[in-house]
Write a protein that binds this ligand. Structure first.
Ligand code: BES
Ligand code: MN
Ligand code: ZN
Length: 514
């Protein structure tokens, strides 16, 4: 279910009956920022803080029921003051919203304290909006009559949140970002018997109508003319024919300038192909489209935020199946830039579809920078786990921008190396490249393979074009609930990319000074 959230400014005249208050665990007294509020609540916070049982660990919730004009106070723990950050605000606000909803509360006033360090008021308010917004989605769309209360949980409700006026614009921005992340999360959760390549072509067209993007969907005939051997090869085994989806955002009124290119791996289901996955590894492969969903979600946010930089999004969209027509191990594919690839493993399909999109996008749009997101390798899950994505980026400026966006969004990145030596791992004998080399450094092999397709010089040397590859295999979906986020897709990348693009310097730089 999705509870829509609206936000307004808290005024002296408003008389909210539910308050959501963030408190640090180690505060011994009501902090300066909550003095006025505590007065309004008749000293209830000061009373509560004294109680030893009222721990306020990160995400912990307590309900107080004071007498008087206020029905309830939801205390949301922020953990220790010195370790609090923007993510703490997201978690506390999100858990508070969930508690409010469990109490069937439809309106509340939210108050969170300052946190130490750099974050501005706008950034803090944004984080609160993100937490509230992302906590408002549950994946119950496919629950049926097998549940005790069929239909009930599907009912949508609106929660009215009021905040101090200076927080208003930031909270609104956070809610916008969260709505786009939730859009990506819902699409990512849609099962593969529904969410086919054609389904996403229709979704992209809808998104384009909503935001006046240019949209084109390249079908198989078109892909053949363009020589997209990777997308066609991987797509051959499925009745659900592959497509390459393109969305273009141009800022209104701005001088035309080179766009940022976003590319997202959209494998609607990954069986592994003839290099079939063992059954345990196949479950959850509907999430192999999460790179593409992150890009779609980011485009939704971009459509709302209207940044100054043009953006082109490409989603190579295929289903990796087996069958009489499926591609095989030993097949040689000719990619969009003329590079040939011997298929050594049909389960290394993501790089085959991304490469066509990267080569095509670089040639057609002459981007100032390129970022691709993909659930590319199980190896990155082994190496980095599920608290950060793997980042490959040799361009200092683009990497700094991404690290800043990661800091703001809480979608963390950790850099892994990609050196010219790594490209050797991917060289073929009877073809230019193989799609999977020896059993070592799989996440780097994936990145190294992609490096042969970024920009004109790529087949010969490392790309000079600012390019980042982000392997999100570990972070795209949760296998157990984490704070306010339930089991299922996280929307990782939506807020990261949206922050990256929205904070891109407005001056229209050329390629080198991206
Ligand atoms: N979609 C998978 C990667 C993946 C694994 C995503 C686990 C999420 C969770 C990808 O297509 C894949 O199968 N990669 C192979 C590459 C190998 C054959 C070189 C892998 O990581 O095993
Ligand atoms: Mn695979
Ligand atoms: Zn895959």
């Amino acid at each position: 279910m999705y509870r829509s959230v609206t936000v307004s400014a808290l005024s002296d005249r408003s008389r909210p009956r539910t308050f959501l208050v963030g408190l640090f665990d180690d505060d011994q007294a009501v902090s300066g920022d909550h003095q006025g509020l505590d007065h309004r609540l008749g000293g209830a916070l000061a009373e509560a803080i004294k109680r030893p049982e009222l721990r306020r660990k990160l995400g912990q919730i307590h309900m107080l029921y004071p007498s008087g004009s206020v029905d309830r106070i939801i205390i949301a723990g922020l953990g220790e003051r010195k370790s609090a950050n923007l993510e703490s605000l997201r978690i506390a606000a999100g858990q508070g919203l969930r508690a409010a909803h469990a109490a069937s509360c439809e309106a509340l006033a939210a108050a969170f304290p300052d946190i130490e360090g750099k974050p501005t008021l706008e950034d803090r308010a944004t984080a609160i909006g993100e937490g509230i917004g992302m906590a408002s989605l549950d994946f119950d769309e496919f629950l049926g009559k097998g549940r005790a209360e069929p239909g009930k949980s599907k009912a949508s409700a609106t929660v009215k949140v009021s905040v101090d006026r200076p927080m208003l614009s930031g909270v609104r921005r956070g809610l916008t970002l969260a709505a786009s992340a939730n859009y990506a999360r819902r699409l990512a959760a849609t099962p593969p018997n529904i969410a086919s390549p054609a389904f996403f072509a229709a979704e992209a067209r809808k998104l384009a109508r909503k935001h006046q993007f240019k949209c084109s969907v390249m079908d198989e005939a078109r892909l053949k003319r363009l020589g997209m051997g990777g997308i066609l090869g991987v797509g051959k085994g499925s009745r659900n024919r592959p497509v390459l989806i393109c969305l273009e955002y141009r800022p209104a009124g701005g001088r035309a300038s080179d766009p940022v290119l976003l590319v997202g791996k959209t494998v609607t289901f990954d069986t592994g192909g003839y290099s079939l996955k063992i059954s345990g590894a196949m479950a959850g492969m509907k999430y192999d489209k999460c790179g593409g969903m992150a890009v779609l979600g980011a485009m939704d946010a971009i459509g709302s935020l209207k940044p100054k930089v043009p953006v082109v999004a490409l989603l190579p969209t295929v289903e990796n199946m087996i069958g009489p027509d499926a591609f095989r191990v030993d097949d040689v594919l000719t990619m969009n830039n003329g590079v040939t690839v011997e298929v050594t493993n049909t389960d290394a399909e993501g790089r085959l579809i991304l490469s066509d999109a990267l080569a095509y996008g670089c040639r057609k749009y002459k981007p100032r920078a390129v970022v691709d997101l993909a659930t590319l390798t199980g190896g990155v899950v082994v190496a980095l786990g599920d608290h950060c994505a793997g980042l490959f980026c040799a361009d200092d400026l683009l990497r700094e921008r991404l690290v800043d966006a990661a800091e703001l969004s809480g979608e963390r990145l950790w850099q892994l190396p990609l050196w010219p030596e790594h490209r050797e791992l991917m060289k073929g004998t009877h073809s230019d490249l193989v799609n999977s080399g020896a059993r070592r450094a799989h996440p780097i092999q994936g990145a190294a393979f992609l490096s042969f397709f970024v920009g004109d010089e790529a087949p010969k040397r490392m790309p000079e074009l600012p390019w980042a590859h982000i392997d999100i295999a570990g972070v795209a979906a949760l296998d157990k609930a984490r704070h306010h986020l339930p089991i299922g897709p996280t929307g990782f990348g939506v807020r990261l990319l949206a922050q990256l693009i929205d904070n891109w310097p407005s001056r229209s730089g050329k390629r080198s000074k991206s």
